[in-house]
Design a protein around this ligand. Structure first.
Ligand code: ATP
Length: 348
């Protein structure tokens, strides 16, 4: 069982707080993704789990063992980084075998374990090559195999796909997802790419400036963002956000009026997703706007409109066409809007 517990973990350097009171239990075999913009503390959190960084406060548990203060080598975790960290003078076979040698695993087991790990990431044909003679994607697979061969309790992966081109990233992503299921190893995966997070994660932790903003399944986070930061970070495009005020159950803002919002009042931020809204005739719908740009997505057209000073994205049918600057209405079907406190950004 490799449940991981972070018990009120913080990391400070002087007055600067890199990670602030991270408190979470990660389930055995869970695939947890730490997501957030550059500098939000994802890597520091993972380095503390790995033992590469000591927390200033709090405890870290792996399984039923407290590991705070233990050396990385005593934690039974395997790491995969964005820079592959392969030994250039060793062949692929030797690179994958290396952790077994360091851990003094009996030689008799090496051949079979290396072969099994290599097969999982389809490297069998490259075993005698050195890293310099491999593509970026192949090197990343060697790094994965080297983590797999250890059969650790925990995988820690820090942006392992970021050096790969877009196409390879998608196929390697699928492979990582598949491996984690097959190997049944608890995995913590760091990325700033929300699509990677949404496709891989059982649960996502969204972080900002060292503070956890929300923990939830990809669906939770997409459908019920806890605040405007999460709403504006998740989804492509991110959720549309408009400023205004609710008076007598009607949201009023620049070029927008949405009735039927009983229960809230005062200054709020109204949110809605591009795919939940509809482009309609001028004067109809709840928003008056002009077409600003159109992007053809293949299966749909993403129409960006300007409503006063706010740009709003709306997904339309793939054959939708309009002149740039043409007036349009935007209809918001009942029940699709999200409301956030205008000051705190918290979901209402
Ligand atoms: P990125 O996606 O850019 O890697 P991140 O979310 O992984 O970002 P961290 O590397 O965890 O961010 O860094 C969090 C914050 O802590 C950053 O502002 C960083 O500058 C700071 N930080 C990291 N290491 C140190 C250190 N050794 N001393 C002081 N500050 C540090």
């Amino acid at each position: 069982m490799a449940r991981i517990r972070l018990n009120h973990v913080s990391k400070r350097w002087g007055n600067f707080i890199g990670v602030d009171d991270f408190h979470l239990e990660i389930e055995d075999q869970e695939f947890l993704v730490l997501l957030g913009p550059s500098g939000c503390g994802k890597t520091t959190t993972m380095r503390m789990i790995a033992g590469l960084e000591d927390p200033t406060e709090g405890e870290i548990w792996i399984g039923d063992r407290e590991v705070t203060g233990l050396d990385p080598k005593d934690r039974d975790v395997a790491m995969v980084f964005q820079s592959y960290g392969l030994y250039p003078n060793m062949t692929v076979w030797e690179n994958i075998r290396f952790p077994l040698k360091v851990r003094k695993v009996p030689e008799a087991e090496h051949e079979a374990r290396v072969a099994r790990a290599a097969a999982m990431v389809e490297l069998e044909d490259f075993m005698h090559r050195k890293p310099a003679a491999l593509s970026g994607g192949q090197r990343q697979r060697v790094a994965l195999a080297r983590a797999i061969v250890r059969e650790p309790q925990v995988f820690l992966m820090d942006e392992p796909l970021s050096n790969l081109d877009a196409k390879l990233r998608v196929s390697t992503r699928a492979q990582i997802k598949n491996l984690s299921h097959e190997l049944k190893v608890t995995t913590i995966y760091v990325t700033h790419d929300q699509i990677e997070a949404m496709t891989l994660a059982d649960r996502v932790v969204v972080m900002k400036a060292g503070v956890v903003q929300q923990v939830g399944t990809p669906t939770d986070i997409y459908d019920n963002p806890a605040n405007t930061f999460v709403a504006g970070f998740i989804g492509s495009p991110a959720m549309n956000l408009m400023q205004g005020e609710i008076v007598d159950g009607t949201f009023q803002g620049e070029n927008v009026s949405v009735p039927g919002l009983v229960g809230a009042s005062g200054e709020v931020t109204l949110g809605f997703r591009a795919e939940d809204a509809e482009v309609t005739e001028p004067g109809q719908g709840q928003i008056n706007a002009q077409v600003y740009s159109m992007e053809l997505l293949g299966d749909a057209t993403m129409v960006t409109v300007r409503a006063g000073g706010t740009l709003v994205a709306v997904k339309a049918a793939k054959d939708y066409r309009a002149e740039i600057g043409a007036p349009v209405g935007i209809a918001l079907p009942e029940g699709i809007t999200h409301l956030f406190d205008a000051q705190t950004g918290q979901r209402l």
